[in-house]
Design a protein around this ligand. Structure first.
Ligand SMILES: *Cc1c(COP(=O)(O)O)cnc(C)c1O
Length: 457
């Protein structure tokens, strides 16, 4: 072992290697020396564990690879062939062309973020989206924050700190990624009063729970699950009537929030923001990057009086949006105002794509795989904690299936697709690798076909 330790190259020996000298022209010397030392350290512990020491070439390669990794942004495009339209792990909504342009035009420059060009005086960042949101939703005022979790946190903090908020047991949900209504309530300092039973809550349940300490009635859209069978929940109008009678605001956490009718596409009805406002909810919270199809954000709409209170709270400053996301959000909202969302907002283009078009693309993909693949019926999912019953009929490219050996092979093929540049991500169901063209942007077809051809090579 001692001789193996001794056989390791010295730091100076490695620094004299051509490949490393080349990198020294790009990266600071300290960084390179650090990496060289780290790599040698890793080698020493490998030898201590009786592993065969790496060759000089291997050590040099591992140093140059690591430097390449450090010097490149790890966030990169991925092709989503999973068929899940709002895939949280893959970044939820891809932005429209106009949204990207709006971002591009201001990202590398100064802009009028908080500056009124006409008067030359200070302006407010929310003005760039507030009137658009109000026009779309019929609300009196609007505010945007970091995400919908932040929107709920801000609303509860301002309205209900050290007070009680009534919520139905059936709506006290966990959205995923650790977002539990109860936990957010606790952070806000509000006390959660859960009422009713998991499957049934009636308006009396709310009424009986109201005390002098009650600050609000909260409704939560049960985004990602559904209670079926014997169920009852209270309609928003009924809840608002009860709230009005007791001078209590209703906060409606819609989760996804939606501006378009989803039933047109054979999907379950996703509650519309306009309807919550029309029903009289005083604050309505929803995400910017679910069915709105914009950048990550939380949108709060509601009464001018309550929104003004939210804007004045110090937490609003901590949760606010930057210029890049405001630009992308404004451009996204304009698509809805112009009535062109189905043609311009990528997630709506995906939702509204006809099955014939998907079938045509699936066949092209399958051709690239020769006899390895077949085209089958399947379902795409809306995802993102919206529309629990939200699936759309689709056509899938299916690879593999049948037998233990095939299971291994399918996982290897999936891995090879992920190793392609850009990575192609599919889904595996019962040992079959499935690829759904619905969630692949049309200009990515060439890359998918290229990745598939390589599988057969
Ligand atoms: C998705 C969702 C959230 C969280 O929204 P983010 O924008 O991801 O923070 C909160 N509540 C409900 C009901 C949701 O569906």
């Amino acid at each position: 072992m001692t001789s193996q330790f001794r056989s390791l190259p010295s730091v100076d020996r490695l620094l004299a290697e051509d490949a490393i000298k080349e990198l020294a022209a790009i990266y600071p010397r300290d960084l390179i020396i650090n990496l060289v030392r780290q790599t040698l350290e890793t080698e020493r512990s490998a030898i201590a564990k009786s592993k065969t020491p790496a060759s000089l070439d291997r050590i040099v390669a591992s140093i140059t690879n690591e430097l390449d990794r450090i010097g490149s942004v790890s966030l990169r495009p991925v092709i989503n062939a999973t068929g899940v339209i709002l895939h949280t792990n893959l970044g939820r909504a891809p932005l429209s062309h106009d949204a990207m342009q709006a971002i591009d035009s201001i990202a590398g420059r100064y802009c009028n973020l908080e500056f009124d060009v006409d008067s030359g005086e200070r302006g407010w960042r929310d003005t760039h989206v507030e009137s658009l949101i109000c026009r779309l939703t019929g609300a009196g005022a609007a505010l945007v924050v970091n995400n919908n979790a932040a929107a709920v946190l801000l609303a509860l903090t301002v309205l209900a700190k050290r007070k009680e908020v009534i919520v139905s047991r059936g709506e006290s949900v966990e959205i995923g990624g650790g977002f539990r209504i109860t936990e957010v309530m606790r952070q806000s300092g509000a006390r959660l009063v859960e009422i009713g039973a998991t499957n049934c809550t009636y308006v009396n349940d709310y009424e009986e729970a109201i005390t002098p300490g009650t600050a609000a009635l909260l409704r939560v859209h049960s985004s990602n699950f559904r209670v079926v069978g014997f169920t009852h929940s209270v309609a928003l109008d009924e809840l608002v009537a009860l709230g009005d009678k007791n001078n209590l605001p209703v906060i409606d956490n819609l989760g996804s929030g939606c501006f378009l009718d989803t039933t047109v596409f054979g999907l379950d009805p996703e509650p519309l923001v306009t309807r919550s406002i029309a029903a009289g909810a005083k604050l309505v919270c929803f995400s910017g990057d679910k069915l709105v199809g914009g950048p990550q954000a939380g949108i709060i709409v509601g009464s001018q009086e309550l929104i003004a209170r939210l804007k004045k709270h110090p937490l609003d400053r901590a949760l606010r949006l930057d210029k890049i996301r405001l630009a992308g959000m404004a451009a996204t909202l304009i698509h809805y105002l112009k009535g062109e969302a189905l043609e311009k907002v990528p997630i709506w283009m995906m939702i509204s794509t006809g099955i014939e078009q998907i079938d045509r693309r699936a066949r092209k993909w399958a051709e690239a795989l020769g006899g390895m693949a077949r085209v089958v019926d399947g379902e795409s999912m809306v995802g993102g904690g919206s529309l629990p019953g939200g699936t759309l009929p689709t056509r899938l490219v299916a690879i593999g299936g049948g037998g233990k050996k095939s299971r291994y092979r399918v996982h290897v093929l999936a891995q090879r697709l992920r190793q392609h540049d850009p990575p192609v991500v599919g889904r595996i169901n019962e040992d079959v690798l499935l690829l759904d063209p619905r969630t692949v942007l049309p200009d990515e077809d060439k890359a998918v076909i290229d990745a598939l051809r390589r599988l057969t090579a």
